[in-house]
Design a protein around this ligand. Structure first.
Ligand code: MG
Length: 474
């Protein structure tokens, strides 16, 4: 027995020395578009900290969220699985609402849970949107692998007060008193309504504190911002500072926040031990007009399976390990952060389930080609489109929120994203063999998907109001 214990300790010691496990920080914006950062070409939005992060690290141009709205995209990020596999997708109810009783199922293994098995401290700051614990305690982040939590259960527009003006997209700006969002520390409600003008600043301070407190052990920080999802709020230091109006002020504050996180890592001498990923959960919310972002040259935005709905900014930073200023070719996805993080932490992938992510370690650290060849575009539980290499095939299309649809064309639409990233020219008639090839890939993928009950449908009964008094629009 002692001998076995000794051998185990030796093995553990050797592996710990051989590969120091990095800290992992994921910073996730809400509804930030592909065209909303300086380093992605926006002419007036100023994002000097994110631009510097890209210069010091790697900036992806073909990086995808696995969904076009909040809840399923977050489920995919934390599990490495298409949300249709976990029940975190629904064709009518696109996201969890404040009355929802569903949540990320207990049987799913989150990135936080997997990293906990390797001794990581795990913290979450910001918007969760994978369960409403006032309706079901299993909906809380601490039931899914996070040691600590500070933030909101869901989107910042889900708790309107009575008489709230309904047409948010026609207003120049929102008033704080129209919203009643609950702010929690762990399971405790600490502020309601949350002062949204100071949320970004307070989230940032929490994240900095988590980093400092855990500087002597490996940690995983999931920092999911509330903004630039509408209603938009920025703190006094940023109000009126941007040429791009309130949206620009809000993005400038998010950019400041990223700078603060990277500076904290430098100050604590953790920058060379920490992989930091910045991305967004889905494309810009275009029907919010000036309060929504931009997908740049990409077609459409949030709610759509056109590129603008799911191709998002992604910057990865790890000084000393990732070659500065690189822009890799090829496809990658938030799905891939799960297996990549597990590999870096020395944790085995779960063998009892399908994981859709691929390991990007060699791409990040050695400049190897992306191992990802395909991307499947789901809207709810339905597969709308698939990408294989440079080609994208649409079986059906849906423009973003508030638009009619879906539209099922007589024959699938084919776009060559290498020459036509804006998806303007259907070239299917010239390439029937490409269409047939992608259809075979779709069939092979579909054969791996088993329908499960959706978590997004069930809500608290009208006679049983939520314990916290949560109200919200459907
Ligand atoms: Mg979103």
């Amino acid at each position: 027995m002692c001998r076995l214990l000794f051998l185990w300790l030796t093995f553990w010691g050797l592996t710990a020395v051989a590969a120091e496990r990095p800290n992992i920080v994921i910073i996730y914006a809400d509804d930030l578009g592909y065209g909303d950062l300086g380093c992605y070409g926006h002419p007036t939005l100023r994002t000097p900290n994110l631009d510097r992060m890209a210069q010091e690290g790697m900036r992806f141009t073909e990086f995808y969220s696995a969904a076009e709205v909040c809840t399923p995209s977050r489920a995919a990020l934390l599990t490495g699985r298409y949300p249709v596999r976990s029940g975190m997708a629904h064709d009518r109810y696109r996201v969890l609402r404040s009355q929802s009783t569903g949540h990320l199922p207990e049987g799913e293994i989150t990135l936080a849970e997997a990293l906990q098995t390797a001794g990581y401290a795990t913290g979450m700051v910001g918007k969760w949107h994978l369960g409403v614990w006032s309706n079901d305690p299993m909906g809380h982040p601490r039931r899914h692998g996070f040691d600590s939590f500070f933030g909101l259960p869901h989107s910042n527009d889900m708790d309107p007060v009575a008489g709230n003006p309904p047409r948010a997209n026609t207003l120049a700006e929102q008033k704080a008193e129209w919203w009643n969002s609950p702010l929690y520390r762990n399971e405790e409600l600490v502020e309601r309504p949350a002062d949204q003008t100071t949320l970004t600043r307070r989230y940032t301070e929490e994240a900095q504190r988590f980093i400092r407190e855990n500087r002597r052990r490996p940690f995983f920080l999931y920092f999911a911002h509330t903004f630039p999802h509408t209603p938009l709020f920025a703190s006094g230091a940023f109000r009126g500072t941007s040429q791009r109006g309130l949206y620009g002020d809000v993005v400038a504050e998010l950019d400041w926040s990223v700078g603060q996180i990277l500076e904290t890592l430098r100050r604590e001498k953790l920058d060379r031990k920490t992989l930091v990923v910045f991305s967004s959960d889905n494309g810009p919310w275009l029907i919010m007009n000036q309060q929504g972002g931009s997908a740049g040259l990409l077609r459409d935005g949030k709610g759509s399976t056109w590129e603008g709905g799911m191709r998002v900014p992604a910057i990865v930073w790890w000084p000393g390990r990732i070659k500065p200023g690189t822009v890799p070719e090829g496809i990658a996805s938030t799905l891939d952060l799960f297996p990549t993080s597990l590999r870096l932490a020395g944790v085995q992938l779960p063998a009892d389930r399908m994981v859709d992510g691929v390991d990007l370690t060699d791409l990040l650290l050695k400049g190897a080609p992306s191992p990802r060849q395909t991307m499947f575009y789901y809207r709810g539980t339905r597969l709308y489109a698939a990408r294989s290499g440079r080609w994208k095939l649409h079986l059906q299309t849906q423009d973003g929120y508030g638009q009619p649809g879906p539209t099922v064309p007589d024959r699938p639409l084919l776009f060559d994203l290498a020459t036509d990233p804006s998806e303007r020219f259907d070239v299917g008639a010239d390439h029937p063999e490409v269409i047939a090839g992608i259809q075979r890939e779709i069939e092979a993928h579909r054969a791996t998907v088993t329908p499960v009950e959706s978590q997004l449908e069930s809500v608290v009964a009208p006679s049983e109001p939520a314990k916290s008094g949560a109200s919200g629009k459907p």
